[in-house]
Design a protein around this ligand. Structure first.
Ligand code: 15L
Length: 270
């Protein structure tokens, strides 16, 4: 039975996918700063990602890691630095020392948040992060590439949109990721024999999608869900929101307008 460590298991995404992962990976081990309310009968290891000794203890004996851990929205630099920069480096380095074979890294759409919504982008575009958080996820992807090529760990980075079963607004119509589709992407990352280093977009089959996910499809990804049947819900929710002249223009939405001071709004490098 393969030991698969899930970091960030107590967060919203971790809680949504734990029961699905458990049926695929009976050797699943949960980890976070605090245990989730429902552990689904699985073992739990407490670990602060900024504490190298603690993360090494959590990773000991693991064959694969699903790294959801860290700070999942924009935050002060010190918070991002500790949870997402130092924490991510600790996770990759501890994995190397422990001989881990595979890592699925939860990256984010905010790595490319400053692409306009009018543009369809593939996995290999220049990163245009919209926040310190997005920059930290780009750092995680770069770490993944180095550990993959230099140390032979198979790494799949998932640029996750918004995990859920219903779109929270019109932007999420384009980036919705159903938990079952996320688990399918994770399984490709952990199990597909040809993974060296890959970047996949974490999105369901959304008719209004902004991402060319052909790389994921080449590895067999067949999303079972899509947002279009829930258009009315998204429109209703969108109507409750105030207009956001910057955020409404870019793929990263409100993350883009946080602390935005550029008078030349909407410009991006060519
Ligand atoms: C993310 O990366 C966040 O972790 C999540 O909380 C959502 O805000 C999501 O992006 C999004 O873009 O909707």
């Amino acid at each position: 039975m393969r030991r698969i460590l899930l970091t960030g298991a107590a967060g919203g995404v971790g809680r949504a996918i734990t029961p699905l992962l458990k049926s695929l990976y009976p050797g699943l081990v949960l980890s976070d700063l605090n245990p989730p309310e429902n552990k689904h009968g699985l073992p739990f290891v407490r670990a602060d990602l900024a504490d190298m000794a603690a993360i090494q203890a959590a990773i000991a004996g693991a064959d694969g890691i699903i790294h959801l851990g860290g700070y999942s929205i924009e935050g002060p630099w010190e918070t991002i630095l500790s949870a997402n920069i130092v924490g991510c480096r600790n996770m990759f380095e501890a994995a190397r020392l422990a001989g881990v074979r595979r890592i699925v890294f939860a990256s984010s759409n905010h790595v490319v948040g400053f692409y306009p919504r009018s543009e369809k982008i593939a996995h290999d575009v220049t990163v245009l992060p919209d926040t310190r958080y997005g920059v930290s996820k780009a750092f995680g992807e770069a770490l993944g590439a180095m550990y993959a090529i230099k140390h032979g760990i198979g790494v799949a980075c998932l640029r996750i949109g918004n995990v859920g079963e219903t779109p929270l607004d019109m932007r999420r119509m384009s980036i919705l990721l159903h938990p079952e589709d996320l688990v399918q992407l994770i399984a490709i990352g952990l199990d597909h024999p040809d993974i060296v280093f890959e970047i996949f977009y974490g999105a369901s089959d959304n008719a209004r999608g902004w991402w060319d996910n052909s790389r994921a499809h080449a590895f067999g990804y067949k999303p079972k869900h899509g947002s279009e049947p829930m258009l009315e819900i998204a429109m209703r929710e969108q109507a409750k929101l105030a207009p956001d002249p910057i955020g409404d223009r870019f793929q990263g939405g409100s993350f883009c307008s946080i602390e935005y001071t550029n008078a030349d709004s909407g410009r991006k490098p060519t």
